[in-house]
Design a binder for this molecule. Structure first.
Ligand SMILES: [Zn+2]
Length: 416
């Protein structure tokens, strides 16, 4: 996969060149022509996706999701917000309905959320994440996958996750089967002395934001606090990180997001989708949500010179490898159940067969362990009994196809 740090650098430079990408900034035709404001950024992203599509014989469908957000806390008057995305449709009719998605927010801000004309370079936050979406689109559009990949860039993040909120609701309304959403926000690898450029944090929700009361009861009773679909996705990213040489190691953080902060993955979580957030190891708060200036010898502002483009490329590689693995993999097994009819010291799992699945793997770990520890392969069956007490471990089942592609694992529901 030819992820290029130079391409990423050029794209972040281009995003910074629009001076500000505040959601409230200019989007009139003259400003778009003049190359400043969020409207110009939006049009450029769209053209960039279209260019990748021309290079792959029109393989990408480039679309916008545009809406008018009413006045709110950080939106003084009704404002048009536009998400821009490209769809690489799956080649297998049986799998094309399954989607995996990567996103970053292309809006930026400085110290004042309402400053529609002051400089807000947003090189790291979130030029870096936008560049990851773009670069994933460029490299993956040269390949073909059975399932569909969506490359998304949203606006309105800094005003209150407005863009992603609209997109995730749209997805839910349309019944889109998004198996995974990867949100990249602040993956610039800020060049501060305490930075660890060998690591990227992956945040995932524990108890799902979208859990129903009945689901919450089950989680409480059975210890499901660390087994949301988002957490399985985070573990999948960790496994991809061990399998592929991306140059950056995912550090799983079992937490929805950082203290006092939020991000676009939350919009997807709220609609019941599995979603995680990638963020550099150590953030420098002088370089986020600040006006560009020097004060007492300290440089403030989200400037290009603080971004480590090689690091962004490594994070893009990890994202692309995760998207490719998931889009090549079979669907996760359906109706995974754990028999709990009687008290016994063995455990029986059942699931529905899916066409094309060559085998199923049962995974398990001790309840106090963060990642899957054991795996046992079963053939093309729909039932497996293991000589292990379900009281002592957590189980999951995943599907494997003939080429060895593995689905996301599914934790069973108890069945009496
Ligand atoms: Zn951000």
């Amino acid at each position: 996969m030819q992820v290029s740090a130079q391409r990423i650098q050029a794209n972040i430079e281009k995003l910074v060149s629009f001076q500000t990408r505040l959601t409230l900034s200019a989007q009139d035709p003259d400003s778009i022509k003049g190359g400043h404001g969020i409207g110009a950024a939006r049009e450029w992203i769209k053209q960039e996706f279209e260019r990748y599509s021309r290079d792959c014989g029109g393989c990408l469908e480039v679309k916008t999701d545009s809406f008018t957000e009413s006045a709110a806390d950080r939106i003084p008057k009704p404002t048009v917000i536009t998400n821009v995305y490209a769809v690489l449709k799956g080649t297998d009719p049986g799998n094309a309905g399954r989607m995996v998605l990567v996103t970053g927010h292309y809006d930026s801000r400085n110290g004042d959320t309402f400053d529609a004309s002051g400089a807000a370079p947003g090189a790291n936050d979130d030029g870096s994440g936008t560049a990851v979406s773009l670069e994933c689109a460029r490299v993956l559009s040269k390949l073909k996958f059975p399932a569909t990949i969506v490359f998304l860039t949203v606006a309105g993040e800094e005003q209150g996750l407005n863009g992603s909120n609209h997109f995730a609701k749209l997805a839910k309304d349309q019944g889109w089967d998004i198996e995974a959403a990867l949100n990249n926000d602040i993956v610039g690898g800020d060049r501060n002395p305490q930075q660890d450029p060998s690591v990227v944090r992956v945040f995932s929700e524990g108890v799902p934001l979208a859990a129903t009361d009945a689901e919450l009861r089950l989680i409480r009773n059975l210890g499901g606090e660390s087994d949301s679909a988002s957490r399985q996705l985070a573990r999948y990213v960790a496994e991809v990180g061990r399998t592929y040489e991306t140059g950056v190691k995912p550090l799983l953080v079992f937490r929805l997001d950082r203290y006092l902060r939020g991000g676009d993955h939350i919009s997807f979580n709220q609609q019941g989708y599995a979603a995680v957030r990638f963020t550099e190891y150590r953030e420098d708060y002088h370089h986020q949500h600040q006006n560009v200036r020097t004060e007492n010898g300290i440089e403030y502002g989200d400037q290009l010179k603080f971004v480590n483009f090689d690091y962004v490329a490594k994070v893009a590689r990890l994202n692309a490898a995760t998207l490719a693995s998931l889009a090549a993999a079979p669907a996760p097994p359906a109706k995974v159940r754990l028999e709990t009819k009687e008290l016994e010291n063995s455990s029986t799992l059942t699931w529905d067969a899916a066409p094309g699945d060559a085998a199923y793997e049962v995974l398990w770990r001790e309840s106090s362990s963060p990642e899957w520890e054991h795996v046992q392969t079963f053939g093309s069956v729909t039932r497996a009994t293991l000589p292990l007490s379900k009281d002592n471990v957590v189980f999951a089942v995943r599907a494997v196809d003939r080429q060895g592609h593995r689905s996301l694992p599914v934790v069973p529901q108890p069945e009496r």
